[in-house]
Write a protein that binds this ligand. Structure first.
Ligand SMILES: Nc1ncnc2c1ncn2[C@@H]1O[C@H](COP(=O)(O)OP(=O)(O)O)[C@@H](O)[C@H]1O
Ligand SMILES: CC(=O)N[C@@H](CCC(=O)OP(=O)(O)O)C(=O)O
Length: 265
C-alpha cells in the first residue's frame, strides 16, 4: 500500500447486491482487492449499497418496503433504521473485511467532509436523496495517505435530514467528483440482453432501446442511467460486472473487456 500521493487516477468500485450476505464471497473479493491495491498502487475507494440488509432489517421489524422505478420509497420514520443498516452494519462489515485483509480503511457516509451535497429527490419517495455535487478534499487527503475510503450511500441535507441515496447514483457521483474510473460490481456477470446473454459493450442508444423494451429494468435501469451520465461527465466508459468471480476481477478492474459490460455514450 502506497503512502505517497499517487499519480494514477483513483478507481471507485461500487459493491452491491447480495455480496454482503456472503462471508465467503466477501473474503474472496477482499483477497483480490488487497492484491490489486498492493500491485497497482492505485488510489481505491469502495462505495457500497446493502439493499438486501435493509430488506432483512425492515422485515425483521415487521415493516414493509416498496420500490418505485428501482428506488426505495423511504418513509421519514424508517430512515433511522435504513441508515443503521447501510451506514452502520453494511459499512462496518466491509471495514471489518478490509482490516482482516490488511487494508487500512476509513468508513464514511456521503456527508463526511462535505463529500456529497444531497437534497430530496422527489417528495413521493420520502427521505430519498439526490446528489448535487460535492467536495473531494477529505477523500483526496485519505487517498494520499494510503487509506481505503469505504463509503455508504447515506447522505445528509444542508438542514440536517438523513437521506437514503441509491448506491449506484452515489458511486457515479463520487467518481464524477474525483474524476475517477468506475467499476460497478453486482450479482450478475454484466448487463444481459433479451436472451440472457452478456452484452460486452453497451452504447447509450442501445441502453435506451433495451430500457424501453423492459429488458434492462428495475435496479439495473437505475444503474445504467447513472452510468450513462457518468460516462459523459468523465469522458470514459463505466464497467458493470460481477463480484462473484474474483479471478475475473483483476481484468475488469484493469479496464479490460473480456468480462462484464462496458457502458459508453
Ligand atoms: N438486463 C438486465 N441485465 C442484468 N440484470 C438485470 C437486467 N434487468 C434487470 N436486472 C436486475 O438488476 C439486478 C441488479 O440491479 P440491483 O439489484 O440494483 O444491483 P445492485 O444491488 O448490485 O446495485 C440484477 O440482479 C437483475 O435482477
Ligand atoms: C433510494 C434507494 O433505493 N436506496 C437504496 C440504497 C442501498 C442500495 O442502493 O443498495 P444496493 O446497491 O445493494 O442495491 C436502498 O434503500 O436499497
Amino acid at each position: 500500500m502506497t503512502t505517497q500521493p499517487s499519480s494514477q487516477s483513483p478507481l471507485v468500485i461500487k459493491l452491491g447486491g447480495t455480496l454482503l450476505e456472503s462471508d465467503k464471497a466477501l473474503a474472496a473479493l477482499f483477497t483480490t482487492l488487497k492484491a490489486f491495491f498492493d500491485d497497482s498502487g492505485r488510489p481505491l475507494l469502495l462505495v457500497h449499497g446493502g439493499g438486501v440488509l435493509v430488506d432483512n432489517q425492515l422485515k425483521a421489524m415487521g415493516l414493509t418496503s416498496t420500490k418505485k422505478d428501482g428506488l426505495r420509497v423511504t418513509p421519514f420514520d424508517q430512515i433511522p433504521v435504513i441508515a443503521g443498516a447501510l451506514a452502520g452494519t453494511a459499512n462496518k462489515l466491509l471495514l471489518a473485511q478490509a482490516i482482516a485483509h490488511g487494508i487500512n480503511s476509513v468508513g464514511l457516509c456521503l456527508a463526511d467532509g462535505g463529500l456529497c451535497r444531497v437534497s430530496q429527490l422527489d417528495p413521493e419517495l420520502g427521505a430519498v436523496g439526490q446528489i448535487e455535487g460535492g467536495d473531494a478534499t477529505l477523500v483526496s487527503t485519505l487517498l494520499n495517505g494510503g487509506f481505503l475510503p469505504v463509503i455508504s450511500s447515506i447522505g445528509i441535507t444542508f438542514d440536517g435530514q438523513l437521506m437514503n441515496v441509491n448506491a449506484d447514483q452515489a458511486a457515479t457521483a463520487i467518481a464524477e467528483i474525483l474524476d475517477a474510473d468506475l467499476v460497478m460490481l453486482s450479482d450478475v456477470s454484466g448487463i444481459l440482453d433479451g436472451k440472457g446473454q452478456r452484452i460486452a459493450e453497451l452504447s447509450e442508444a442501445d441502453a435506451i432501446e433495451l430500457m424501453q423494451q423492459n429488458i434492462i429494468k428495475d435496479g439495473m435501469a437505475v444503474k445504467v442511467k447513472a452510468a450513462l451520465k457518468a460516462t459523459k461527465t468523465l469522458g470514459k466508459p463505466v464497467a458493470v460486472g460481477s463480484w462473484r468471480y474474483p479471478e475475473q476481477l483483476l481484468s475488469l478492474l484493469a479496464g479490460e473487456s473480456e468480462h462484464g459490460t462496458r457502458i459508453s455514450h
